[in-house]
Design a protein around this ligand. Structure first.
Ligand SMILES: Nc1ncnc2c1ncn2[C@@H]1O[C@H](COP(=O)(O)OP(=O)(O)O)[C@@H](O)[C@H]1O
Ligand SMILES: [Mg+2]
Length: 321
C-alpha cells in the first residue's frame, strides 16, 4: 500500500532528517512512528504527501511513484491531520470540513451532505456545529473537525501527525478510544506519528521506533516491547517497561471456556473484548464483585471468561520474566 524504499531527506545545512528509511505499510493497517522530538517523524509524513521533496529514494502509493502523481490525485488519496488542526478561522466548520471536496470540484449539495455525514462520524451534531467558527469549539472538538476534514474526500490513506498532542489527557484518551475504531470500520490505512509510547502501543497495529532519522525497529507493539533489538530501542521505553507489557499483553490466550448460561445476569456487569489488555482485565475485575469477567469478540459473540486467578498468574509471570 505505502512503500518507502531507501528514503533520505537532507535539509540545507547538512541536516539529515530522514536517513535511508525503508518501510512497508499494509492496506488497512495503523502504523505508528514513535520517537523523541527531532528524530524525523514529521519529515517522514511530509515526504509521503509530498509537502517535502525527497533527497533520494522512492515512495510508492499502491505501486505508483508519488512523484508521478498530480496534486489532485495526491489530495484525493491522502488525508492529513496535524496537531493544531490548521482550521481556517474565518471559515465555518462546514466550509473547513468541505475544503478538499471544494478544491476538487464537488458540487455544493454533495459537499453539504458529506459534511453532515462526517460530523456525525466524529461525534459532533451537524445542526449544532456546522455553522460555528473554529474559535467557538473546544480543543478536542477542533481536533475532531481536523479528522472529519481529512476524511472528507474519502482517501485510502490518512496521515496523522501528533493529532492529540495538545489535548489534556482525558480528552486525548476519549479521542483515541472513539476514533481508532473508525479507521478499522472505514478500512483506512493510517500512518500516525507520536512521541508518546503509550499512545503508540495503544493505537498501532505495528509501531516503528525512530531515532536520528532512522527506523531502528518495527513490529507489533508487544513484540517490540518484549524484544527490543538494541540498547537505544530498549532505553526508549525502559522506564515504563512493566506498564507497557501489561498494556500490550492481550487476554486472548487466557480466555477459558465457560457455559454462557451460568453467567450471572446482572445489569452493568463488566465485560471484556478478546483484544483487550491485562490492564483492561484488571480494571474490569476491580469493578466486578465476581471472580470472572465474560469475554466477547469484536462482533459481540461470547467467547468465554477470564478469571481473577488467571489474570493474577499472568501478571506474576510478567514480573518474573
Ligand atoms: N524545513 C526545515 N529546514 C531545516 N531543517 C529542518 C526543517 N524541518 C525539520 N528540520 C530538522 O529535521 C530534523 C527532523 O525534524 P522533524 O521531522 O520535524 O522531527 P520530529 O517530527 O520527529 O520532531 C530536526 O533536526 C529538524 O530541526
Ligand atoms: Mg513533528
Amino acid at each position: 500500500m505505502i512503500r518507502l524504499d531507501r528514503v533520505t531527506k537532507k535539509y540545507p545545512g547538512n541536516v539529515v532528517a530522514v536517513d535511508d528509511v525503508s518501510l512497508e505499510i499494509q492496506k488497512g493497517e495503523t502504523f505508528v512512528l514513535v520517537g523523541t522530538s527531532g528524530c524525523g517523524k514529521t519529515t517522514t509524513m511530509k515526504l509521503i504527501n509530498r509537502l517535502v521533496d525527497l533527497t533520494s529514494g522512492t515512495i510508492l502509493l499502491d505501486g505508483e511513484d508519488i512523484r508521478s502523481m498530480d496534486s489532485y490525485s495526491l489530495r484525493r488519496a491522502i488525508g492529513y491531520v496535524i496537531q493544531n488542526v490548521g482550521l481556517f478561522p474565518h471559515f465555518t466548520i462546514e466550509r473547513n470540513v468541505g475544503v478538499v471536496p471544494e478544491l476538487i470540484g464537488w458540487e455544493k449539495n454533495k459537499i453539504r451532505k458529506r459534511v453532515g455525514e462526517l460530523l456525525d462520524m466524529v461525534g459532533l451534531d451537524p445542526e449544532q456545529f456546522a455553522f460555528r467558527y473554529p474559535n467557538e469549539l473546544s480543543g478536542g472538538q477542533q481536533q475532531r473537525i481536523g479528522v472529519a476534514r481529512a476524511l472528507a474526500a474519502d482517501p485510502d490513506v490518512i496521515l496523522m501527525d501528533e493529532p492529540f498532542g495538545a489535548l489534556d489527557p482525558i480528552t486525548r484518551e476519549t479521542l483515541q478510544d472513539e476514533l481508532s475504531p473508525l479507521w478499522d470500520q472505514l478500512d483506512k490505512t493510517v500512518v500516525f506519528v507520536t512521541h508518546d509510547i503509550f499512545e503508540a502501543v495503544k493505537i498501532g497495529d505495528r509501531i516503528g521506533v525512530m531515532n536520528k532519522g532512522q527506523i531502528l525497529q518495527s513490529g507489533k507493539p508487544g513484540d517490540v516491547i518484549k524484544n527490543p533489538k538494541n540498547e537505544v530501542v530498549a532505553s526508549f521505553f525502559a522506564q515504563h517497561r512493566f506498564q507497557l507489557e501489561l498494556l500490550t499483553t492481550r487476554i486472548e490466550h487466557i480466555v477459558e471456556s465457560y457455559n454462557e448460561k451460568h453467567l450471572k445476569r446482572e445489569k452493568d456487569l463488566p465485560a471484556l473484548q478478546s483484544n483487550d489488555s491485562l490492564i483492561d482485565a484488571m480494571d474490569a475485575l476491580k469493578t466486578s464483585t465476581h471472580q470472572m469477567v465474560p469475554v466477547y469478540d469484536s462482533k459481540k459473540r461470547y467467547l468465554g471468561i477470564v478469571t481473577r486467578k488467571s489474570v493474577t498468574k499472568e501478571i506474576s509471570n510478567l514480573i518474573e520474566n
